[in-house]
Design a protein around this ligand. Structure first.
Ligand code: SF4
Length: 477
């Protein structure tokens, strides 16, 4: 069963006002490890038995049944010029630009294999995102070649949303304008923190004036949306220094702001071992940094979308949330709920029909498969009826903070209260603490519960029953 339903369409008005209330005591109490639910089941549940053959088969029949779902493309460009110590991404740090040419050659082969696995007239793309790594590791001519390959293989909607991540340290205004000419209309720039001590501690020296200049350039050449990424909890960060960064970012007025929590997991991410743990803000300061950022951003008119994301009230994300059309995927939140996500490049994760899959994480294996004309799928999963139902519950709560039990019951042919009897009992504890409201028809996350929506969703995660497993994830806040 693979049903799509607009499960938040009739949300109570209170839930449509995206207020968030910071209750530090409650956050302290629930400061445990938990997944981010960019997918459900989470990627660590994917299995190797789901390989290239299974993926290809789903790709070719993704629209069986007559519903023509458009595509969203994700393109992973893994190279970076230097290492940032906080990094937890899949990247290759090198100054050797020729490695980029080898990669693009293989990516072109993957694009061609993936597009030929689609059935006829099934390649309409409404949305695309290029992430990394550092996409602007590449020269503009190299990116132009890649865009050209994609246009040749897919039917790119002229009114689509095309976005790219940029490291401002390796771009200038002319480069930004050339990206616009290529066809990108959304851009995301990493800021993290403008404070020079913080920048030294994380090995990412990035001039504030250059960042501002690039944001201005993006505006002047017609990018429809500019996003800035910030991180709290970095070494040497203080309330005073971060307040200054926030003020500068608010002055630059990006349409969207992502505010990530630095998760210090040096046993998983080697570069983080170069961070001096003594420089990390104390847990209490970390929470105050979060509280400060939320206050500054919401006072400045940004709407809290959920899980690390803020947007201006007239931005398409905030509008989609108000209209019950918001969707969650591997890039966070998206306005394109009806798209299948076709992922390209090393380590990229996609979702086609009721499946998820991930490409090989190492360049060698990725190149080796493509050299043999095989799609480089490392692992994946075909969702069961129970997975699909729980994914709908989790993503609806994450996107809209409210869930109509009746909508779920109708879409998935279940009696909600008996199917989720155990979960509803568990939710009573959250209700007593004022984090959720439970009534006959709705589960509603209160403004106080919104920062803890991950914890609320974890109640519905069938795979997460043991505390031992929970410890493997990053902290919730
Ligand atoms: S944070 Fe971004 S730019 Fe820095 S090493 Fe990681 S992927 Fe590269």
């Amino acid at each position: 069963m693979f049903l799509h339903a607009n499960l938040a369409k009739k949300a109570p008005m209170s839930s449509l006002v995206s207020a968030v209330e910071v209750d530090l005591d409650l956050i302290r109490r629930f400061d445990q490890s938990g997944p981010r639910y960019t997918s459900y089941p989470t990627a660590d549940r994917f299995i190797e038995a789901f390989g290239a053959e299974a993926y290809e088969s789903w790709l070719s029949r993704r629209n069986v049944g007559g519903v023509q779902r458009p595509l969203s493309l994700y393109v992973h460009l893994p190279f970076c010029n230097t290492i940032c110590y906080y990094c937890g991404c899949n990247k290759v740090v090198t100054r050797d630009k020729s490695k980029g040419d080898v990669y693009l050659k293989h990516l072109a082969a993957e694009i061609s294999l993936q597009s030929s696995a689609l059935s006829d007239h099934d390649s309409r793309v409404e949305q695309m995102h290029w992430g990394g790594g550092t996409p602007n590791f590449f020269r503009i001519e190299q990116l132009a070649g890649l865009f050209h390959d994609l246009r040749n293989n897919f039917d790119m909607d002229p009114n689509g949303e095309y976005s790219i991540e940029i490291d401002p340290r390796y771009a200038d205004a002319a480069y930004i304008m050339q990206l616009r000419d290529l066809g990108f209309n959304r851009i995301s720039m990493g800021v993290q923190d403008f404070d020079s001590e913080v920048q030294r501690a994380v090995h990412r020296i990035q001039s504030e004036s250059l960042t501002m200049e690039l944001i201005a350039a993006a505006r002047s050449c017609g990018f429809q949306s500019v996003n800035s990424d910030l991180i709290y909890g970095l070494p040497k960060q203080t309330l005073v220094s971060f307040d200054r960064t926030l003020a500068r970012v608010i002055d630059a007025s990006p349409d969207r702001i992502a505010l990530y929590n630095y998760a210090h997991l040096p046993h998983l991410f080697k570069p983080q071992r170069r961070i001096n743990e003594a420089d990390l803000p104390a847990p209490d300061t970390r929470l105050k940094l979060l509280g400060l950022a939320i206050k500054r951003l919401t006072d400045a008119g940004y709407v809290y979308i959920g899980m690390d994301h803020f947007a201006k009230a007239d931005d398409s994300l905030a509008v989609a949330q108000r209209q019950g059309r918001l969707h969650r995927n591997f890039q966070g939140y998206s306005t394109h709920a009806d798209c299948d996500l076709l992922a390209l490049g090393v380590s990229a994760i996609g979702g086609i029909g009721p499946t998820y899959s991930q490409n090989f994480r190492g360049l060698d294996e990725y190149y080796e498969c493509l050299g043999r004309n095989i799609l480089p799928i490392m692992r994946g999963i075909e969702l069961t009826a129970d997975d699909l139902l729980r994914r709908a519950v989790i993503h609806t709560l994450m996107c809209h903070f409210a869930l109509s039990k009746e909508s779920l019951a109708i879409s998935y042919l279940i009696d909600f209260d008996s199917y989720f009897a155990t979960e509803l009992t568990e939710l009573r504890e959250f209700e007593q603490l004022g984090l959720v409201n439970l009534d006959e028809e709705w589960i509603t996350v209160t403004p106080k519960g919104r920062l803890l929506v991950r914890n609320i969703c974890m109640v519905f995660d069938r795979y997460l029953h043991h505390d031992r497993e929970r410890r493997r994830y990053s902290k919730v806040i």
